[in-house]
Write a protein that binds this ligand. Structure first.
Ligand code: GDP
Length: 299
């Protein structure tokens, strides 16, 4: 909770200061409601959610005095209600051996780091993990995954830079099966400069995995960087179509005042949010919990 609260401090402070400025010794009237709606939109919560929250306040407290704390309490309750339906833990089906988890997202969103953090978590739970360095486009990505492999003591299947990503994923799945692994995590490329080529590559990786296990991949997690704000919505749309995204991870909530974007995503897409990243360290990945997040966000 402390880590979450610390991580969300910048978003919370922006919201909290804004609400205090707006509602100190003021009535809840049309003017303050409009200002509140603007504040929520600026905090990336999305127009729909901002409108809904303003609507609730209008109905309950119109033309009455209201304190900043009361506004925050309403805000936390409403945000929690938006988040609750998508706050679902990642279910690892132990019958699938290995359970194949593919990580997708644009470069720099935090895929490799999240794989490293998850490798540490799964290993600590006693699961045997194999990683596939499927971002074969960038030498740095391959190296970075190897470093995480050493740190968490898990096997990394990698190839040379420029190697065929699908072929590598195929080999990694074979190796994971041979080694009796419980979980295979597949890193992927994220160069959005060439979107068509990237999507074709992801489709091919999926197709090739299915040759060995027609139910694979068992989860496709889209990693989103919170600092990009509204752009995250476009990324969901782009990856949802081709990569068959099953769930979301939002990273870098610690470095931004735009944490409200997670609320906008929850309101718009029917995709589970599994984890949130609140730092670069191995422990800075939290299972997503609606109530805690809503409370930490509002400050
Ligand atoms: P990839 O290109 O999607 O694989 O992204 P990386 O995993 O290489 O991450 C890009 C940068 O973001 C790295 O410097 C990471 O340390 C950093 N990063 C990843 N997740 C988080 C997070 O939750 N918080 C912060 N502050 N930085 C993060």
């Amino acid at each position: 909770w402390q880590r979450l609260k610390g991580g969300l401090a910048r978003t919370a402070s922006a919201l909290s200061t804004g609400i205090t400025d707006l509602f100190t010794k003021r009535k809840l009237d049309a003017g303050t409601l409009e200002d509140l709606e603007d504040l929520l939109i600026q905090a990336d919560l999305g127009i729909d959610t901002a409108g809904r929250i303003a609507g609730v306040l209008r109905q309950e407290r119109y033309q009455r005095d209201i304190s900043p704390d009361e506004v925050k309490a309403v805000l936390a309750t409403e945000i929690e209600a938006v988040l609750e339906p998508v706050a679902k833990p990642l279910a690892i089906d132990a019958e699938k051996k290995p359970f194949v988890l593919m990580m997708v997202g644009v470069n720099g969103s935090g895929k490799t780091t999240t794989i490293g953090k998850l490798a540490a978590k799964f290993t600590a739970e006693g699961k045997k993990v194999v990683l596939a360095a499927g971002d074969t486009f960038r030498a740095a990505a391959i190296e970075q995954l190897k470093v995480w492999g050493e740190r968490t003591k898990v096997t990394v299947v990698s190839g040379a830079q420029g190697a065929d990503a699908a072929g590598l994923a195929f080999d990694a799945l074979a190796a994971a099966k041979d080694g009796g692994a419980d979980i295979l995590m597949v890193d992927t490329a994220g160069r959005l400069q060439n979107k068509a080529a990237l999507m074709a590559e992801l489709e091919k990786v999926i197709r090739v995995l299915k040759k060995q296990d027609e139910t694979a991949p068992h989860a496709v997690l889209l990693v989103l960087d919170a600092t990009v704000g509204q752009n995250a919505m476009l990324q969901v749309e782009a990856f949802q179509k081709t990569a068959g995204v099953t769930g979301l991870v939002m990273t870098k909530l610690d470095g931004t005042a735009r944490g409200g974007i997670l609320v906008a995503l929850a309101a718009k897409f029917d995709l589970p949010i599994h984890f949130i990243g609140v730092g670069e360290g191995v422990d800075d990945l939290e299972p997503f919990a609606a109530r805690d997040f809503a409370r930490a966000l509002v400050g």
